[in-house]
Design a protein around this ligand. Structure first.
Ligand code: GTP
Ligand code: MG
Length: 199
């Protein structure tokens, strides 16, 4: 197990929210609390340090009490831009990322990713679920060595954006979580309503 003090948790809330009509998804209300705050509170007991990545309404995110870092570019290049912003400001040897739209992710997420990272001497540990017998990776749920920043800078400077293509360059430990419903994420208004009703 990795000492949580050595891990910074990053909530990714920098997306366009286009499937939800372009709203700032992390600020959408879920059971009385903004979605991104749910994610932050769920990460808090699992890590030593916290931060958020957001590109709009930065003051609203700052009010959650953790540092907020926007993407370096304003063109919404995808989740990796948020990961890069996190790595650039990470002061611990490890960074773990979660998206803002998945408020019920496992309470043992970081512990299990950390155990696999060490056991497999990997550079990245990624969550996965089994759905109808098919393994589905959850690439925005990743624990990584902070030294991967240089690799990610080079990857993005080459014009690459896809998270799977970046992680494929590194030793990845895949950790399967039995409860796929814990990874249910709200991409549309209908899915957000499904979440409210206790999914
Ligand atoms: N920093 C940053 N994060 C992003 C970007 N695009 C997506 N994300 C984050 O990546 C995670 C997964 O993305 P999606 O579920 O597709 O969220 P989204 O991009 O806001 O929504 P759609 O536009 O409907 O795809 C979420 O936590 C987003 O906030 C981006 O361009 N920059
Ligand atoms: Mg999503």
């Amino acid at each position: 197990m990795i000492d949580p003090e050595l891990i910074t948790g990053l909530v990714l809330a920098g997306g366009r929210g286009s499937r939800m009509g372009g709203v700032d998804k992390g600020l959408q209300n879920h059971q009385g609390i903004p979605l991104a705050l749910h994610a932050l509170l769920r990460l808090q007991p699992q890590v030593g340090h916290l931060m958020l990545n957001a590109n709009r309404n930065l003051g609203a995110y700052e009010a959650f009490g953790a540092p907020v870092w926007p993407d370096a570019t304003a063109d919404f290049p995808g989740p990796l831009a948020g990961v890069l912003a996190g790595l650039e400001h990470c002061e611990t040897p490890y960074l773990v990322t979660v998206p803002c739209d998945t408020p019920n992710f496992p309470a043992d997420l970081v512990e299990r990713l950390g155990t696999a990272l060490q056991a497999e001497d990997a550079e990245i540990a990624m969550a996965a679920t089994l759905e109808d017998g098919t393994l589905r990776t959850q690439p925005v749920f990743c624990l990584m060595h902070a030294h991967l920043m240089e690799s990610l800078v080079a990857f993005m400077q080459a014009g690459e954006r896809k998270i799977d293509r970046w992680t494929a360059r590194h030793r990845v430990a895949v950790v399967t979580f039995d409860d796929a419903s814990a990874f249910f994420n709200a991409n549309t208004v209908a899915e957000l309503q499904q979440l409210q009703h206790g999914r």
